[in-house]
Design a protein around this ligand. Structure first.
Ligand code: F6R
Length: 364
């Protein structure tokens, strides 16, 4: 049942304010100002490092969470693609928590990586959408993301729910390790509670995004740029676009632009720049200027202040509400998804069942 939407993907994008509210309710007790995890969850004061392993979109959720665990909880983090991790057979240091993220909980490579860690890591944890899945069962301890059934092959609401749960886990780690005071945790919790309404405001940008997508649908290649927390999201935006619109898309950390990809920029190259007005904004803007100077077509996703400061010459601007900087990946996922969605619709591809892809990759 698509509840009046043209595609499951559109329905699942639109559901995000509601499912994220459910994920928040599951780990933030009503009226409280801290994160409470189920019995048996790891005590991060006994952990010295975190290893996160996943595939595809779930891998990008892990890459985002690395910034959170490092910055908020001061915990060293390694993130790896499951198919690389399992065959590299890396040493696992003492006091390591191994964390596996999977929507389906059945991804073959992620499950194999989990099995590899079973007798090596101090503790195992999974973040899954399907609580009865193999990964949930074999990790012993699973945190459900409460996204509900995801039908669209391209993951949308599962990604933002993964991010939401991983952010709460980072807050719990920060509290356990004394990296944040209870007051600082309470501030983050308050910001989290504002997410569903910010997501609704992001969804209201649909028409502006559809307009930008109309032009993107004529491109052969699209570049995505982001810094800091926006870098993994740029990777996710590029993955979404190539999966469902079949347009070649690549993402780079903005600072890498002049180390190679700038050679691609000309008037035919749309460049999606994800840059909220945060501490790294000025750096992102100077990268954007380098693109504009070579006649690249910039689609800027930012907030009111960012768009005002970015100045002239931008091809399309997509306006997000202002949220606490740490939470921008969850919010900016919405325009990334909608950009891919509307581009695919404009091209007439099969959005919910893109060619060559399966929802659950149970063979390697
Ligand atoms: C992309 C997508 C895939 C999955 C990947 C992992 O839209 O859906 O990249 O994220 O196959 O799947 P799970 O999360 O089920 O382990």
């Amino acid at each position: 049942d698509k509840s009046g939407h043209k595609h499951f993907m559109a329905k699942e994008i639109a559901e995000q304010p509601q499912v994220i509210a459910e994920a928040l309710n599951a780990y933030l007790p009503a009226g409280g100002d801290r994160v409470v995890l189920p019995e048996g969850s790891p005590d991060f004061s006994k952990i010295d490092r975190l290893v996160m392993v996943a595939c595809g979109t779930a891998f990008y959720a892990c890459l985002t969470a690395k910034y959170w665990f490092e910055q908020i909880a001061r915990l060293p983090v390694e993130v790896d693609i499951a198919s690389e991790f399992r065959y590299r057979e890396p040493p696992v240091a003492p006091r390591t928590l191994a964390l596996f993220v999977s929507q389906s909980g059945e991804t073959a490579d992620t499950l194999a990586a989990l099995r590899y860690c079973t007798d090596k890591a101090d503790s195992l944890l999974s973040v899954v959408n399907v609580p009865e899945s193999s990964i949930a069962r074999e990790s012993g301890m699973a945190l459900p993301i409460h996204a509900g059934v995801e039908v669209g092959v391209a993951s949308t609401k599962a990604f933002t729910c993964q991010l939401t749960v991983l952010f709460m886990l980072a807050l719990k780690a920060a509290a356990d390790r004394g990296a944040l005071s209870p007051e600082q945790v309470a501030d983050h919790v308050a910001a989290l509670r504002g997410l569903p309404s910010a997501l609704n405001a992001a969804l209201d940008e649909g028409p502006a995004i559809r307009k930008a997508a109309q032009s993107l649908s004529e491109a052969r290649d699209v570049l995505f740029l982001g810094r800091g927390l926006m870098y993994p999201l740029a990777l996710e935006g590029a993955l979404k676009l190539k999966e469902i619109s079949y347009i070649h898309a690549e993402a780079y950390a903005s600072g890498e632009l002049k180390h190679g990809p700038i050679a691609l920029i000309d008037k035919h190259m749309p460049v999606v720049v994800m840059a909220p007005r945060d501490a790294l904004f000025d750096k992102s803007v100077s990268n954007m200027q380098e693109v504009l100077a070579r006649k690249g077509k910039v689609v800027l996703i930012s907030d009111e202040a960012g768009i005002a400061e970015a100045g002239d010459g931008i091809w399309a601007a997509i306006r997000m509400p202002h949220v606490q900087p740490a939470l921008t990946p969850i919010l900016y996922a919405v325009p990334a998804q909608l950009l891919a969605y509307h581009t695919a619709v404009a091209k007439g591809t099969d959005v919910d069942q893109p060619r060559n892809l399966a929802k659950s990759v149970t063979v390697e």
